[in-house]
Design a protein around this ligand. Structure first.
Ligand SMILES: Cc1cc2nc3c(=O)[nH]c(=O)nc-3n(C[C@H](O)[C@H](O)[C@H](O)COP(=O)(O)OP(=O)(O)OC[C@H]3O[C@@H](n4cnc5c(N)ncnc54)[C@H](O)[C@@H]3O)c2cc1C
Length: 409
């Protein structure tokens, strides 16, 4: 049986951030990832000749200080590329009509009478304890919210954002300090996944791919982690950085109260389909994304902010419950190509959290349960502070500091 100081379950950005921080502190860290690919939702699909596009997360900002800290320390910033002009162009599909917009042009579509009446009261009422729909509807007027803002907000978490908390844990937008020495929004050559791949090369960190953790057993001398293929690992610290449903199932037997509290966080499924097309077959202007007001998909995200001379790529994020044929048919209609052009389309299915009002209280309850566990067990992921990459990283850094603290015995 192998022994190490820390075992991390999951090689998405949450697990990698935790593993990187723990390895920096000199601990011997083992990260186990179920898939053959590192990155989880940072999923940069790559063709044999190196062309890539994002099937999952696509945008990072210079306010993501934790991501930049990891990227700078691992050399990933050498391959940092600013997002080009298409980042500020987007499409709105409403009742079969396409509008090509920039943020100022979107503002011109709003009813200003609605804003004049609503804004002063909306601002005074503030965000605290409000849902997105209550806060932004109150700020811009209900009509403006429903006609224009709602589809854009839903495109961010690929689900209705109406019930998300407007502020605090689980909220979509947070004020963070920008690192002005980096471009405002950027990606990396090879895609965002390359940050996780670079971090895997950190000293003191061993990464095993294609290994699924099946059980976490607490004992008198720390943990025994059971994994696929009958492998077992001993560690003083375990950090569970798997998606919420997987975390619940790993904790159900030995940490049942904690697992039950985690079960109170709702999740939704997203089905993504990505395709690469020759540039000459694409009719749309270069845009960062297309958002429909009412359709079977939440958004279609492009690679246009990193333009390629010959090809363009589109990742459609669908509502669950549609067949592959239905999805490809709708993509062919939107892209105005024959369905045969989409044969090479790649698919991905994910479950992501749907935070609601009271998410902060729920997280506090999880943390109380976690701190009363008499082992060094850490929990991190996108179901704590929020879905954003930086929310995941900050949670991981905080959890790492907590469980490695000498005060926990
Ligand atoms: C379509 C989409 C677009 C997004 N766009 C953005 C964006 O533009 N900007 C932004 O900031 N955020 C974005 N996000 C959110 C962000 O990407 C995610 O919330 C974040 O990457 C989640 O990271 P994670 O490590 O917590 O989970 P995951 O990325 O899901 O990683 C968990 C990992 O655990 C592994 N795993 C699961 N079970 C086991 C097991 N039993 N044993 C071992 N390994 C296991 C999985 O294979 C996976 O690799 C987007 C998310 C999606 C889905």
């Amino acid at each position: 049986m192998e022994k190490c100081d820390v075992v991390v379950v999951g090689g998405g950005i949450s697990g990698m951030a935790f593993a990187w921080k723990a390895a920096q502190s000199g601990r011997e860290v083992l990260l186990l990832e179920r898939s053959d690919r590192l990155g989880g939702c940072l999923h940069s699909h790559r063709l044999d000749d190196g062309f890539w596009f994002e099937m999952g997360a696509h945008t990072t900002y210079n306010s993501y200080s934790g991501l930049l800290e990891i990227a700078a320390a691992t050399g990933a910033t050498d391959n940092l590329i600013p997002r080009g002009p298409a980042r500020a162009q987007f499409g709105l599909l409403h009742r079969g009509e396409y509008s090509w917009l920039t943020p100022p042009r979107l503002l011109l579509k709003f009813s200003w009478i609605g804003i004049l009446f609503s804004f002063p009261f909306g601002i005074l009422r503030g965000k605290e304890k409000k849902t997105m729909s209550e806060y932004y509807g109150g700020l811009l007027g209900r009509g403006n919210y429903e006609r224009f803002l709602r589809p854009f907000l839903a495109a961010v978490p690929s689900q209705s954002a109406d019930g998300f908390p407007a502020a605090g844990p689980g909220s979509l937008f947070k004020k963070r300090t920008r690192r002005e020495e980096y471009p405002r929004s950027f990606g990396f050559e090879g895609g965002l996944q390359s940050v996780c791949e670079k971090a895997a090369g950190t000293a003191n960190l061993t990464v095993k791919r294609g290994v699924e953790v099946e059980g976490i057993l607490p004992g008198a001398e720390g943990f025994t982690v059971k994994a696929s293929g009958g492998s077992e690992y001993k560690a003083d610290v375990v950090s569970v950085a798997a998606p919420l449903p997987a975390a619940i199932s790993l904790l159900r037997d030995d940490f049942s109260a904690l697992a039950a509290t985690l079960g109170e966080v709702e999740t939704v499924d997203i089905e993504s389909v990505g395709v690469v097309l020759p540039r000459e077959k694409c009719w749309m202007p270069e845009i960062a994304f297309l958002v429909p007001t009412d359709d079977i998909f939440w958004s279609a995200v492009t690679r246009d902010p990193f333009p390629d001379l010959e090809r363009r790529a589109f990742a459609f994020h669908f509502k669950p419950g549609h067949s592959r044929e239905e999805k490809l048919r709708r993509m062919a209609e939107i892209l105005k190509v024959d369905a045969g052009e989409l044969e090479g389309a790649v698919e991905k299915r994910l479950s992501i959290p749907a935070p609601a009002r009271g998410h902060g209280e729920l997280i506090a309850k999880i943390d109380v349960g976690l701190s009363s566990v008499p082992w060094r067990l850490a929990l991190t992921g996108n179901y704590f502070q929020g879905l954003a990459i930086e929310d995941c990283i900050q949670r991981s850094f905080e959890e790492c500091a907590r469980v490695l603290s000498p005060e926990i015995s």
